[in-house]
Write a protein that binds this ligand. Structure first.
Ligand code: PEP
Ligand code: MN
Length: 361
């Protein structure tokens, strides 16, 4: 085929594409109007039955060379895109996405910076149990240079007969001891109406795995300006995880960090399965800081150190670990909390690995 023939065919294709685009745009404008009218009448914007009917009319008139299956597929896309022309674009334009913000979000609490190149260690007991328990833990954390202390006051327990946490009293204790040692405090909140109160006692609100898709809780957390640590749901995909974060950020609270805490699989030798691949994917897809909870993901003290190293090597901005002065007597998660000497060893080895990037100030 001569060059001139080739270029005239290319030109013909270009002209057809332009016509197609004009026709598709016209079709989308009509479909949007139709959708609005249907909504005014209380009907759903899009009617899949109508799509089917239209297709059945079109298929017998297909002149070829496109096959019937190809025509069905093409028109299905055209129908869906016409009724919601912005949908595909909106998906790409999530506020939590790297496409929207290239630079890492850095969250500053109590002089500690989470995200942006340094590593953060969040440690403390599973649950706030007493002033003495917290004090002993806080002293060990302070000595190790940890700046953020965790402690659950509202405990989401599998059994209603298990210790449910000290509630507001627990938050007050956490605040008191954190202040005594100059630490930042983080605690889980489980109901929307506690969010505002919590913001008075904690520096970071934790939203737990079981509540990752509690949308009213996410909205309430989005309405305050306290940083939020959002845990990945027990069976949440990464897309669902990011959309849950979007609930918070879209209401104006941009101070959100994500934490991988293991997902449910068939494996029984760990409490959950630590999804290490979540770390580089979340870091690529989002500008929010990403942490890894080695305690709830593994449930095994013997592998928390290598898992923490793996998390940092994969790009995590921080690690969460549970510490209790007397784990055997703990009112929750007794088997998986480090005692203080175990925590010290874990911390020293993590620092010695060179993977933990200690903040300079
Ligand atoms: C917790 O961190 O206290 C906790 C309950 O973890 P998760 O929500 O990940 O189970
Ligand atoms: Mn726990």
């Amino acid at each position: 085929m001569r060059n001139s023939e080739l270029s005239s065919l290319y030109q013909e294709l270009d002209a057809i594409d332009e016509e197609l685009l004009a026709l598709l745009s016209r079709r989308a404008s009509v479909a949007v109007k139709l959708g609005e009218l249907r909504q005014e009448r209380g009907l759903p914007k899009f009617d899949p039955a109508m799509e089917q009917e239209t297709l059945e009319k079109l298929i017998p008139r297909n002149p070829g060379p496109l096959g019937q299956a190809a025509v069905r597929r093409l028109f299905h896309h055209i129908f869906t895109a016409s009724f919601d022309p912005q949908a595909a674009d909106n998906r790409k334009r999530l506020l939590v996405s790297r496409q929207t913000q290239e630079a890492d979000t850095i969250i500053r609490v109590h002089g500690a910076a989470i995200g942006g190149g340094t590593s953060t260690l969040v440690a403390g007991p599973c649950a706030v149990e007493s002033y003495e328990q917290l004090r002993e833990t806080a002293a060990a954390l302070k000595e190790a240079g940890v700046r953020i202390m965790r402690g659950g006051a509202f405990k989401p327990r599998t059994s209603p007969y298990d210790f449910q946490g000290l509630g507001l009293e627990g938050l007050k204790l956490l605040r008191e001891v954190a202040d005594e040692f100059g630490l930042a405090a983080i605690s889980e909140i489980v109901t929307p109406h506690d969010i505002e109160t919590a913001a008075r006692y904690v520096d970071i609100i934790q939203i737990g795995a079981r509540n990752m898709q509690n949308f009213e809780l996410l909205k309430a957390a989005g309405d305050v300006r306290t940083p939020v640590l959002l845990k990945r749901g027990l069976a949440a995909t990464l897309e669902e995880f990011l959309l849950a974060a979007e609930y918070i950020v879209s209401r104006g609270n941009t101070q959100v960090m994500l934490i991988e805490r293991g997902i449910r699989t068939y494996e029984k030798w760990t409490r959950n399965t630590l999804d290490i691949s979540a770390v580089p994917i979340l870091k690529q897809e989002s500008h929010l800081p990403v942490l890894v909870d080695v305690t709830h993901s593994t449930g095994r003290k013997d592998i928390m150190l290598p898992c923490a190293k793996a998390a940092l090597a994969a790009g995590a901005d921080g690690i969460m670990v549970e510490v209790h002065p007397n784990p055997q007597a703990a009112l929750s998660d007794a088997g998986q909390q480090f005692d203080i000497p175990e925590f010290r060893r874990f911390h020293e080895r993590l620092l010695a690995s060179g993977l933990f990037r200690v903040p300079r100030n």
